[in-house]
Design a protein around this ligand. Structure first.
Ligand code: TXA
Ligand code: MG
Length: 297
């Protein structure tokens, strides 16, 4: 199906991706159409290993170092695009850089190796909505608009890859995700500032609504109000709990599924979410929760 230019959703350890042949303008255009994604928002090219990644982008010493430490895994690198790699210009939204990821999930690895080329894959959800961590989430959002979904069960990490920008001068964090920022900072020996493109806007009012359930969301809630359903964390109890033991890894793995469950149970009520510490995977969880709670466009 991928070779025929069709769209196939597949599991990665972070979330399910909506895959299409990254060398085909038609396949990539279909991805944007199926998700109703704005064309200026570039996609991640997925490859099985470093050698395939080096065919698409220019790696410097920093890039090789982080790739050696975290690939395959939940890390995406934004690097200078190599001349003439055969990628559709729609993948990079005509930027001079390209986002590349080598996923660790065995099904993703097998798919990429069998296909034999780069696979463009955003998260397999309608643009702006909650990302899918199970095959049934993909079908709930995109059923009828894609050729197939490969069912690999629930995603172990549960939040998208960390995006590290290495295309310009200083390394910058473009999105917190499955690799803790602290681990990247320790390896690079520097602190990472939040960068521009995929990054967090400087003022809260600029926060783009994203990862949004149907229900309105209230953050940092210590107690539940009558018109709310509570999503707890650790000792702050709720009808649902991200992690009873306050484990951030477990909370990340549960996040998108429980946002969907909360939406289903809320029945017109708001979703209140307990505070989550802003360290390790908590950085990625809070980033997604802030966007879920942002004013809708
Ligand atoms: O975990 C993940 O990364 C998942 C799985 C499927 O691999 N994919 C994913 O893709 O989250 P998506 O499209 O939902 O998010 C990709 C992000 C977007 O915010 C996009 O703006 C950014 O990557 N991006 C892509 N190319 C870029 C570039 N050249 N420069 C800066 N940001 C880029
Ligand atoms: Mg996404």
């Amino acid at each position: 199906m991928l070779r025929a230019g069709e769209l196939v959703a597949f599991p990665t350890e972070t979330v399910y991706g909506l895959g299409g042949d990254a060398r085909s303008d038609l396949a990539v255009a279909r991805i944007f159409q199926a998700k109703a994604r704005p064309r200026f928002n570039p996609l991640i090219a997925h490859v099985p290993d470093l050698a395939s990644a080096e065919a698409l982008a220019v790696f410097d010493d920093r890039a090789r170092k982080v790739a050696a430490a975290f690939w395959p895994g939940p890390l995406t690198l934004v690097l200078p695009l190599r001349a003439g790699p055969g990628l559709s210009p729609l993948v990079t939204a005509e930027l001079p850089s390209v986002a590349i990821r080598v996923p660790a999930h065995p099904v993703a690895q097998a798919l990429l190796r069998a296909f034999g080329g780069p696979v463009a894959a955003p998260s397999a959800n309608p643009s702006g909505r909650v990302s899918p961590t199970r095959a049934e989430h993909v079908l709930a959002g995109l059923g009828g608009r894609i050729a197939a979904v490969v069912d690999g069960g629930a995603c172990a990490v549960g939040v998208e890859s960390t995006i590290l920008g290495l295309a310009g001068g200083d390394a910058e964090l473009l999105r917190p995700g499955g690799v803790p920022v602290e681990a990247l900072e320790a390896l690079l020996g520097q602190t990472l500032a939040m960068g521009g493109h995929a990054g967090r806007p400087s003022a809260p009012g600029q926060l783009a609504s994203h990862y949004a359930p149907e229900a309105a969301v209230r953050l940092n809630a210590m107690t539940v109000q009558p018109d709310e359903l509570m999503l707890g964390f650790g000792p702050v109890q709720g009808a649902l709990n991200l992690s009873e033991t306050g484990d951030l890894v477990e909370a990340a793995a549960n996040l998108f599924h429980l946002l969907r469950e909360a939406d289903r149970m809320a029945a017109g009520r708001r979703i209140a979410v307990a505070p989550v510490p802003d360290t390790g995977l908590g950085r990625a969880i809070n980033d997604r929760l802030r966007r879920a709670a942002a004013p809708r466009g």
